[in-house]
Ligand binder design. Structure first.
Ligand code: FAD
Ligand code: UDP
Length: 367
């Protein structure tokens, strides 16, 4: 029998593969009281599908990932749109040509757009750190840095954008386009009956059984032929090399007594407020409700036993410590480390599925 620690997306994909392809029994445990990990969702008293751990928009360019997940859900097409609150206005994020036209006088905006096309081409993504190094766009870069990135990033990570790995701020580029979508991936959609239902369908095999509110430390591992561990890698080793840092979040949910609160599912606030973003959940499935549910998102330091480790913090120093843990992990012959926490990687959902499918093929199926 196989043991999977964590009923999140990574653990459930591997469990599904083991049951289906190897026809073997799998025991999944999770210390939380539900399956799905951070993609868990539920319908609240307003009839709104709420994402328990913050806004989750599925997007991928990987057909294999899309096809795999499509076995477990129907999809509702959804393009994520985000607005940022800048100088008293709601403007499209990523910062693009529409944003420029909304914020600057017409002639200035036209010239800027022309210069950006000449320098970078059309429909190109330029990172803020790259733009800051370009002498020709000094003023624009400083404007975007201060109005879009600095305040948000300081709240989210307690660091400046340049103190983090470039991959973090690169997730939200400056886009030389009029395309207001947050992502440009080929496949973009939300599971029609929610992410939790998708996960439940994934693990419905009689060969899979799930124990909730069960911690790894409560388990006698001797009865299992292999362990797939998707928790924090530093916790697995009792923090023997020191603690890997994580960021956490606190969500304040509110019912608003009208059908709609804001135009888009997500609004980002770089300055003025303690929260980083407000999510209005009904937009994801285009739900028709009388009241609406919003969540204000407050970044926090991660504190063991108090809140959840939502984000690994990508930086050279943290990566170096992770690599040391990875060396210890190599000696654990019967344990596979997988997922956002065990690999200490800022993975999106599709990257999790891709990595779990790959790990199954390479490390489990062949053995
Ligand atoms: P998790 O979901 O963290 O699952 C790990 C599970 O293991 C948890 O349930 C935990 O309780 C359990 N566990 C850990 N240790 C133990 C233990 N010792 N014993 C028992 N159980 C244990 N991705 C996108 O593609 N699009 C988005 O829009 C998006 N938005 C996001 C917004 C937020 C706020 C966050 C935090 C993430 C977002 N993601 C998004 C990323 C997505 O949530 C992750 O990629 C995915 O959920 C990671 O799955 P996982 O299984 O690796 O980890
Ligand atoms: N970011 C920002 N301002 C924004 C949007 C994003 O500064 O309006 C930065 C911030 O550092 C954030 C990172 O870009 O943490 C990645 O943003 P993303 O929307 O991908 O964050 P996630 O949804 O993963 O929390």
């Amino acid at each position: 029998m196989y043991l999977v620690i964590g009923a999140g997306l990574s653990g459930c994909v591997v469990a599904e593969r083991i049951a289906k392809e190897l026809n073997k029994e799998v025991h999944i445990i999770d210390r939380r009281n539900h399956v799905g990990g951070n993609i868990h969702d539920y319908v609240d008293e307003n009839g709104v599908m709420v994402h328990t751990y913050g806004p989750h928009a599925f997007h991928t360019n990987h057909k294999q990932v899309w096809d795999y997940l499509s076995q477990f859900t129907e999809w509702k097409p959804y393009f994520h749109h985000v607005e940022g609150y800048i100088d008293g206005q709601d403007v499209p994020i990523p910062f693009n040509f529409n944003t420029i036209e909304k914020l600057f006088p017409q002639e200035y905006a036209n010239n800027l757009i022309h210069e950006l096309i000449t320098e970078f081409g059309i429909n190109k993504k330029v990172t803020i750190l790259e733009l800051l190094q370009n002498e020709k766009f000094k003023d624009l870069a400083q404007f975007v840095y201060e109005k879009v990135f600095l305040g948000y990033t300081q709240k989210q990570w307690d660091k400046k954008p340049e103190e983090l790995d470039i991959s973090v701020s690169s997730r939200v580029p400056i886009y030389t386009s009029k395309d207001d979508r947050y992502f440009q991936d080929t496949y973009q959609a939300i599971p029609e009956q929610g992410y939790t239902k998708l996960i439940e369908n994934m693990i419905q095999s009689p060969l899979i059984n799930v124990s909730l509110e069960t911690d790894f430390s409560d388990i006698d591992v001797s009865q299992y032929e292999k362990i797939i561990y998707t928790g924090m890698i530093d916790e697995y080793f009792n923090y023997s090399l020191g603690k890997l840092p994580y960021r956490s979040l606190e969500f304040t949910l509110k019912t608003i007594d009208k059908p709609q609160y804001q135009n888009t599912a997500q609004k980002n606030y770089s300055s003025n407020f303690d929260f980083t973003r407000i999510t209005e959940y009904k937009h994801f499935l285009d739900q028709n409700t009388e009241k609406t549910t919003i969540a204000l998102e407050y970044p926090k330091a991660y504190e063991e036993g108090i809140n959840e480790p939502y984000y690994p913090i990508p930086s050279d120093e943290n990566h170096a410590l992770y690599v040391q843990y990875r060396k210890l992990a190599k000696n654990e012959k019967n344990v596979i480390f997988l997922g956002r926490l065990a690999e200490y990687k800022y993975y999106n959902m599709d990257q999790i599925v891709k990595s779990a499918l790959y790990t199954f093929e390479k490390e489990i199926y062949v053995k």
